[in-house]
Design a protein around this ligand. Structure first.
Ligand SMILES: [Zn+2]
Length: 135
């Protein structure tokens, strides 16, 4: 992906994925430049912050009533995963991403509350993202 000054993006991946990868690599660059911990988690956070500015996105989350499909129509350059992860950064939320029946990503504290499930069908894979208000 990187050779020091150039970010190469695979052409065959979805456009939103290209945007996410570019933001992620810019995140690495910014973290390194600022002398901050240049970890994958931090680069992922930076990517979300670059694509979905905190204040505007927090307003959108409320306007969309936490509906990932509605948020996706307003933010077509962000993947569903980025939208869900960012939601958990602007709200006290629990996010679980389930690919082919296996829970792959968990963000946020436990919740005993009901979680809303969003089916994501794109690019030949089946994903379910569950979102709920954390306790
Ligand atoms: Zn990375």
């Amino acid at each position: 992906m990187r050779d020091g000054s150039t970010v190469f993006l695979p052409r065959k991946i979805r456009l939103e994925r290209q945007h996410g990868l570019a933001a992620h690599e810019i995140g690495h660059f910014l973290l390194a430049t600022a002398g901050m911990e240049n970890s994958e988690d931090n680069a992922r956070f930076m990517a979300g912050a670059l694509v979905l500015s905190r204040e505007d996105f927090a307003d959108d989350v409320i306007r969309a009533k936490w509906d990932l499909h509605r948020l996706k129509t307003w933010h077509p350059n962000a993947s569903f995963e980025m939208l869900a992860r960012r939601l958990a950064q602007v709200e006290r939320a629990r996010v679980e991403i389930v690919d082919a029946g296996r829970r792959r990503v968990v963000v946020g504290p436990q919740t005993r509350r009901e979680m809303r499930a969003f089916e994501i069908a794109s690019g030949g894979y089946r994903r379910v993202i569950r979102v709920g208000r954390a306790d």
